[in-house]
Ligand binder design. Structure first.
Ligand SMILES: *Cc1c(COP(=O)(O)O)cnc(C)c1O
Length: 359
């Protein structure tokens, strides 16, 4: 096998090596049952046992209250952009959205199909380089929607807003389980798996019973949350393989020491890169405002596009992969999700210092 690269891909992204090693066995023979994980029935005992582990690990990691349902659905986080307003909004009501960039904008676009949208805060005027300082809610929103980490712009809510007058819904796709947080303060959380917890093709969803009771009736069966709640995500064939990987990643998170330890490691990793940016601020120019910096995706520009190109070329030569910034920001983006090893970040930090010195 060729050596694994230092993978800084923004998503799909690096997964823990232990998980991949285990998966490579279970693909052929899942826990000694003589069939691979992708070959077993979602109605059979092996799947049911795995599902129970997955649910109890999720509850343990986040210390979830009993009023939360846990769902695993297909269609990506992007399908939640329309499924949420379809189930919760109508043309007599308004939903509040905080616009923090590309993903929020996509969510807003879909919500407008089903009802009124009030943009409660936005940093569009500064190319989304920060989390809005002030948020102004509408009078009686059907719900409030935020995006916890903005994968493309490299910003992240440092503290979540306290919302007591309406259900709070969060797209946590790109920082889910990367830090301690109070899940119970939200009414719904969703996250595409492919950034922090698994492969593409499955979306992790937390949904409070109270929110479920407010939902619209008469929608297509597959687009009704209640359908999936009633059947423990197995109304139709669920994304078995994705759920399997998530279960292994959850085990890895618990073995690592839970969110406390995961957060500590993520703080250290992000610190290594931000320290260099702060020490050489005229060369490594952070795209995000300091008070909004993401610990998952660090966005930066160099003094010229020529230098950025040289940086990316040399980086690839040294085995660093996935560092090109998104076209709407340009430059460099260092995505360092949970499974990105500290050593990889340390090596990248060394390279950044070395590259700066050459100039
Ligand atoms: C990647 C991402 C999405 C899109 O997820 P899909 O699973 O590809 O639909 C949505 N929101 C955020 C914050 C993301 O980072």
């Amino acid at each position: 096998m060729t050596a694994r690269k230092f993978n800084f891909n923004p998503g799909p992204a690096v997964l823990p090596l232990e998980v991949l090693q285990q998966a490579s066995k279970d693909i052929i023979n899942f826990r000694g049952c003589g069939m691979g994980i992708m070959e077993i029935s979602h109605r059979g005992p092996q799947f049911k046992q795995m599902y129970q582990e997955l649910i109890s690990r999720a509850r343990k990691i986040m210390n979830l209250g009993d009023d939360f349902h846990i769902l695993f659905l297909g269609g990506g986080a992007s399908s939640q952009f329309y499924m949420i307003p379809m189930n919760l909004l109508n043309h007599e009501r308004t939903a509040d959205y905080v616009n923090t960039g590309t993903w929020s904008k996509k969510a807003i676009k879909e919500a407008k199909l089903f009802g009124n949208v009030h943009v409660a805060g936005s940093s569009a005027d500064s190319n989304f380089n920060h989390i809005p300082d002030t948020i102004q809610y509408s009078e009686k929103p059907a719900y409030v929607h935020i995006t916890s980490n903005n994968t493309i712009f490299g910003t992240q809510w440092q503290q979540f807003p306290v919302v007591t007058h309406a259900p709070l819904i969060c797209d946590m796709s790109s920082d889910f389980l990367s830090r301690r947080f109070d899940a119970n303060a939200f009414d719904m959380i969703y996250a595409g798996a492919q950034k922090n917890i698994g492969p593409a093709g499955v979306t992790f969803i937390l949904l409070k019973q109270g929110l479920l009771e407010k939902m619209n009736q008469g929608l297509p069966t597959m687009l009704t949350y209640q359908t999936h709640v009633n059947k423990d995500s197995s109304f139709n064939t669920p994304p078995v393989y994705g759920m399997y990987i998530i279960n292994e990643v959850f085990k890895w998170i618990l073995d690592t020491g839970g969110l406390t330890e995961i957060e500590a490691v993520n703080d250290r990793k992000a610190g290594m890169i931000y320290d260099i940016m702060d020490q050489h601020a005229d060369f490594y120019r952070g795209a995000a405002r300091k008070d909004s910096r993401s610990k998952m995706n660090i966005t930066l520009r160099l003094p010229s596009e020529t230098l950025e190109k040289a940086f990316l070329e040399q980086a690839e030569g040294k085995g660093f992969f996935g560092l090109k910034g998104h076209r709407s920001v340009g430059g460099i983006r260092v995505s360092m999700y949970n499974a990105c090893p500290k050593e990889a970040v340390a090596r990248l930090a060394d390279f950044m210092l070395e590259f700066k010195k050459q100039q």
